[in-house]
Ligand binder design. Structure first.
Ligand code: FAD
Ligand code: UDP
Length: 374
């Protein structure tokens, strides 16, 4: 008999397993249908000995001291600030758009103040921003929108920016200084020995029993448990009874080249050319020294694993139906990117899991008479 069955050994499942096992002293069965822990943040050394991310590049960044301190119990860090270039007409320019992007693109030598005035002159005033197209044109106007966002977004989501919530493209800032970092967060770092090593430390506790290649459907009847934490797809849990929540998938194509480096920065985006969206070279992210290098191409696709919940009005309505069903259950919690159908970053799912642990779970265990929170 387990106190908790946790479905999914990604960030969400590992954080909750660790908290419940170590702080509540409860017995946890942590399962995953894959043959590894770490969820989409899983990394491994490939056949050339290069550390790669199996499900696309994962760069850790957060403004939350709480999240950073929590994860720091399980890993040391390597400071890393991600930089991205966009390949436009064969020329690489910084993305997010900044002063250097504008000057390179237009062959000018504007100052920050002139760039501000330029953007002011091209931006399209929008009273209430209601989609991703408006989020971008209200900041940089139509031409820059079309160069950097319109076609990349269509490739990535198979939707136009006008069909997506403002936050999708709106999460990419616009700058008039020369800051070329992709993220502005206070903490920007990669786990020194990789994500998988960090996850191994999180789940190394006598109260945690790990079962891989185990799907919820086949385990749920066999393993008695009092509580359930579900970090898989919420629509799958309910047998898709209201219809499938839409997801965007990716196909990852890896290539190892007999050269130390092949591109000048971690990621190069291809907004208007090719079927892939971006190429990432892992050694920039990990700092690994190796005479060869591995890159990954990301090809968006409608079939495959559910990587990206689609932030749109229609999908939010459908999700609300599943959420209402979930709220009728007792002793079952849905969390994480799939469980809450949110386009969350890693730090956000860690924050969400910690909050769930602090606010809800101990009280439930006390209510059910299986123990108190120390
Ligand atoms: P997941 O990592 O998806 O883990 C859920 C686990 O549940 C999976 O391992 C799955 O196998 C398992 N599961 C599902 N259903 C079942 C079932 N029925 N039975 C058993 N097991 C089941 N975030 C960042 O902060 N920075 C980045 O740079 C970044 N890059 C990304 C790039 C890509 C291509 C993608 C797809 C995501 C990226 N993310 C990034 C987001 C990040 O991957 C997620 O925020 C995070 O991994 C979510 O963790 P999770 O535990 O909620 O879900
Ligand atoms: N985006 C874009 N052009 C870019 C970079 C991003 O249009 O050069 C849009 C696109 O819709 C993308 C979203 O902004 O899906 C968020 O980009 P981010 O790099 O954060 O995506 P993720 O890393 O989550 O795939």
């Amino acid at each position: 008999m387990y106190d908790f069955l946790i479905v999914g050994a990604g960030f969400s499942g590992c954080v909750l397993a660790e908290r419940i096992a170590s702080r509540l002293n409860k017995r946890v069965l942590l399962i995953d249908s894959r043959n590894h822990i770490g969820g989409n943040a899983f990394d491994y050394y490939n056949e050339h000995g290069i550390l790669v991310h199996a499900y696309g590049p994962h760069i850790f960044h957060t403004n939350s001291k709480k999240v950073f301190d929590y994860l720091s119990r399980f890993t040391e860090w390597r400071h890393y600030e991600h930089r991205v270039l966009a390949n436009v007409d064969g020329c690489n320019v910084p993305i997010p758009i900044n002063l250097d992007t504008l000057n390179k693109l237009y062959g000018m030598r504007m100052s920050s103040r002139e760039a501000e005035a330029f953007l002011e002159s091209v931006r399209v005033p929008v009273e209430t921003v209601s989609n991703s197209e408006e989020a971008v044109i209200s900041k940089v106007g139509r031409e820059l929108y079309e160069t950097f966002f319109k076609h990349y977004t269509k490739k990535q989501w198979d939707l136009w920016p006008s069909e997506l919530d403002p936050g999708v493209c709106g999460r990419i800032p616009v700058r008039t200084n020369r800051d070329g970092r992709y993220f502005m967060d206070r903490y920007q770092a990669m786990p020194k020995n990789g994500y998988t090593e960090m996850f191994k430390k999180m789940v190394l506790h006598p109260n945690i029993h790990l079962m891989l290649q185990a799907d919820f459907q086949s385990v749920k009847q066999l393993v008695p448990h009092q509580f359930l934490i579900y970090t898989g797809r919420i629509d799958a849990y309910f047998g898709y009874k209201f219809g499938k929540l839409p997801y965007r998938s990716l196909r990852f194509v890896f290539d190892t080249i007999d050269r130390e480096y092949v591109q000048e920065t971690g990621t190069v985006n291809y907004p208007n050319t090719f079927d892939f969206t971006r190429i990432t070279e892992f050694k920039h992210l990990t700092g690994q020294v190796h005479r060869k290098t591995t890159i990954v191409y990301e090809y968006p696709s409608s079939d495959g694993s559910p990587y990206y919940p689609i932030p749109s009005k229609d999908s939010a309505q459908l999700y609300a139906k599943y959420k209402a069903e979930a709220e009728k259950l007792s002793g079952v919690w849905f969390t994480g990117r799939l469980g809450s159908y949110r386009y969350y970053n890693m730090d956000q799912v860690v924050g969400q899991a910690l909050t769930l642990f602090e606010t809800t779970i101990p009280h439930a265990t006390v209510k059910e008479g299986i123990g108190a929170y120390d």
